[in-house]
Write a protein that binds this ligand. Structure first.
Ligand SMILES: [Mn+2]
Length: 338
């Protein structure tokens, strides 16, 4: 008879959203799962970083470094954004919590049903390099490589990470498996908190059933927003955009409303401005003329998919409808959108 299967819950990118974290932990406990690994980004963006750290230190067997955990408490870094939000998020932490965050391990490896699993926050080399769902093959393979940050040892066959707040799962023909846990506290697709359950035989080199499950946990988002208001958190509108609508605060004021959340990336022109939150160049939208149809060239299913978000639907009506009509396609859909 085969050994019983073990289960491990993977959470990531809680970002100070204690209400979402508590809902997810309740769901994990209700399933009888006792092992929880956290893939990083405890703080910033949301109001209660201190409490999130306290809970995770208590409840998580493994805690891994995220990019916010590295840069926010960095004693050599100063923040001078107009909203003073970074300073506010940092002030929420208790003495010693910043040092605890910065000392977290970069990655964590283990065996599960004969798979070599590696977990880290963002990429194999650094917490500050972002790998989105639309990576190319070289970037995919780089996720499985050993680096100075991961250390030597057998290369993984399964890699799980967070950072993008955008859950997905991908397998190649050599059985390499890459997945993103999505975000508990700041999910950018469906804003409902999401976490992962891994199931298999822990510590075993023998092949056995192995599963990756994504779990969405509804929670009281209005209660979380009320806490942010009561605490006087800066950038409240951005937080509301993210946890209520799943729209990144850097994109909430784009002309015509936020775009499809998974539009393929475009090469950023050299003069593209820097995003104040990610520190990276804006990818695409800032150079697009306000009136240009964003979905030109995309499959029609893409246009239909965004209709569930009212602001996006309005944008489709305003900008893409003429395109649809000109293409003489899906007249019924066009009528529906109006
Ligand atoms: Mn994050």
């Amino acid at each position: 008879m085969r050994p019983p299967l073990d289960r491990i819950a993977l959470i990531s990118d809680v970002h100070g959203n204690l209400t979402a974290l508590e809902a997810v932990l309740d769901d994990i406990e209700a399933r009888g799962i006792t092992r929880i690994f956290n893939l990083g980004d405890y703080v910033g963006k949301g109001p209660r970083g201190r409490e999130v750290i306290e809970v995770c230190r208590e409840r998580c067997e493994v805690n891994i470094l995220g990019n916010w955990d590295d840069f926010l408490p960095d004693p050599d870094r100063t923040f001078d954004t107009p909203t003073k939000a970074f300073a506010w998020w940092l002030e929420q932490l208790s003495p010693g919590q910043g040092a605890w965050l910065r000392a977290l391990p970069f990655s964590h490896d283990f065996l599960l049903s004969g798979r070599r699993v590696r977990l880290y926050h963002a990429s194999s080399g650094t917490v500050h390099h972002r790998v989105r769902f639309d990576h190319d093959e070289a970037e995919f393979l780089s996720m499985f490589a050993n680096t100075p940050a991961t250390g030597d040892g057998p290369e993984p066959t399964v890699v799980g990470y967070g950072d993008t707040h955008d859950a997905y799962y991908e397998v190649d023909r050599d059985r390499r498996t890459l997945f993103n846990t999505g975000s508990v506290g700041n999910s950018m697709d469906d804003p409902t908190p999401v976490y992962v359950i891994l199931e298999g035989v822990y510590g075993s080199e023998a092949e056995a059933p192995f599963s990756i499950q994504f779990v969405r946990v509804p929670y009281d988002v209005q209660a979380e927003l009320a806490v942010a208001r009561e605490m006087g958190m800066p950038e409240y509108a951005g937080y509301e955009s993210e946890i209520l609508h799943g729209v990144y605060r850097g994109e909430m004021n784009e002309p015509g409303g936020p775009g499809y959340h998974r539009r393929p990336r475009e090469t950023a022109p050299a003069e593209a401005p820097t995003d104040p939150h990610s520190g990276k160049r804006r990818r695409s939208t800032v150079h697009r003329p306000a009136k240009s149809p964003r979905h030109a060239g995309c499959p029609i299913a893409t246009v239909v998919a965004v209709t569930s978000f009212p602001a996006a639907a309005r944008r489709v009506r305003d900008t893409d409808l003429d395109l649809l009509r000109r293409m003489h396609m899906l007249r019924g859909v066009a009528r529906f959108l109006v």
